[in-house]
Ligand binder design. Structure first.
Ligand SMILES: *Cc1c(COP(=O)(O)O)cnc(C)c1O
Length: 403
């Protein structure tokens, strides 16, 4: 069986983790701080806070902005549940928007979803393909839209418009018009979950890039405390001689990253551009070339002059099939010992959201993308021979099902 997405693991990662394990400091400490600095340099944004998951990062920032009951947050119908669940956790209302043919949030659909209750938009770079950030950033600054905004909390008053909180769980290393994902909107959140491009087993990071008059050093201190029970000193700071006393300034959360996680991230980030992304791009190119021979195949767009993917997963679509035929093709592919996936079942189709009253027919493009989609494996250890095996398994499965 060719697996879908095993993590890259080797002696360098093992050595760095073991170094941490024996260092006398295994939770948030020097390695997490080092990883944060590396991420800031990599993304080109202002400051980074590491957390224990991408979901935690998204929720932390919604809470920081003061999102709660009565507020609306615009989320793509086509994404993983994390992007919307965090909104529900805050007691706010999820407002889904439809997709483009490139799988990302449609800007026109966002425009239609905006109301005086809208506080945040969460665009998602599906499969590592950056959203149209110039259009999204311009939209929230349009005078007519800005006037609708009702600032209540201090951060809302300081920003004085809808916040763009981008879910870049898939897109570390992607770029848009020469700028890296992380540096394209107000706030960007990465995930380092085990199946993501860059993994720390579990983990995430918040990349801050807010406009004037936000002070990023102050923000970092605030958010760092918020991610650790609102405590004014973290465990490392309390270790300093005479530094035992601390205060709790608010009932914060327990979202901090450990140095064990950060050790993996440090090794992965050091070789991310020159090794991981090179390999992933090679796999994408090989799939794209192979599928260009088949008239039924619609490979994803992953590079143009203005945008470059992080090559997270290869979202192949099969033209002219029904959802049922797609499911049959997937069964056939598994019978040929290849693991594939679907990214994603749109959220209005999930029991919780369906029961909450959302209807899939309101998001026709998201449904259309989903019904034709099969995600193919992309990972560091996937060899050219394995890529060719995946392509033949898909091609012969499509032949079996649609003739
Ligand atoms: C993985 C993922 C997340 C959540 O990341 P975690 O680190 O697992 O919390 C959020 N959004 C999308 C689109 C994801 O794929």
């Amino acid at each position: 069986m060719i697996p879908f997405s095993p993590p890259r693991m080797d002696q360098r990662i093992v050595d760095e983790v073991v170094d941490t394990l024996y260092s006398g400091w295994i939770t948030t400490g020097p390695k997490t701080k080092k990883f944060e600095k590396m991420l800031t340099a990599y993304g080109g944004h202002r400051v980074t806070l590491c957390v224990n998951s991408g979901s935690a990062g998204l929720e932390l920032m919604l809470r920081w902005f003061g999102v709660g009951p009565g507020d609306e947050v615009i989320v793509p119908a086509y994404t993983y549940a994390a992007s919307a669940n965090v909104v529900v956790h805050c007691g706010a209302t999820v407002v889904f928007a439809d997709s483009n043919p490139d799988f990302n949030l449609s800007v026109e659909s966002i425009r239609k979803a905006i109301t005086p209750h809208t506080k945040v938009i969460i665009p998602v770079d599906i499969a590592g393909w950056p959203c149209d950030y110039d259009a999204i950033n311009a939209l929230v600054r349009e005078p007519g839209i800005q006037q609708l905004f009702n600032p209540v909390t201090k951060p809302q008053q300081m920003l004085n418009r809808i916040l763009i909180l981008s879910d870049a769980a898939h897109s570390i290393g992607a770029w848009y018009k020469g700028r890296m994902a992380g540096n394209l909107t107000d706030i960007t959140v990465y995930s380092f979950h085990a199946v993501k491009n860059l993994t720390t087993a579990e983990g995430g990071a918040v990349c801050l890039n807010l406009p004037e008059p936000f002070n990023h050093d102050e923000l970092y201190r605030d958010l760092n405390a918020k991610s650790l029970h609102g405590q004014t000193k973290d465990a490392l700071a309390k270790m300093q001689i005479g530094s035992w006393r601390y205060d709790i300034i608010e009932p914060g959360y327990k979202y901090n990253m450990t140095d064990i996680q950060a050790s993996m991230g440090i090794v992965e980030l050091e070789r991310y551009n020159d090794d991981m992304l090179v390999r992933r791009k090679h796999i994408f190119d090989r799939y794209a070339l192979a599928f260009s021979k088949y008239p039924w195949a619609l490979p994803p767009v992953y590079q143009t002059d203005e945008r470059r993917s992080s090559y997270h997963v290869f979202l192949l679509r099969i033209k002219g099939i029904t959802e049922g035929q797609r499911d049959q093709i997937i069964r056939e592919i598994f019978n040929r010992d290849v693991a594939v996936n679907v990214h994603f079942v749109p959220l209005p189709m999930m029991t919780y959201y369906r029961n909450a009253g959302y209807r899939m027919q309101d998001y026709p493009n998201a449904y259309d993308n989903y019904a034709h989609e099969i995600s193919l494996p992309v990972y560091y250890d996937l060899t050219d021979g394995m890529v060719d095996t995946v392509v033949s398994a898909v091609a012969s499965s499509v032949r079996t099902v649609i003739g």
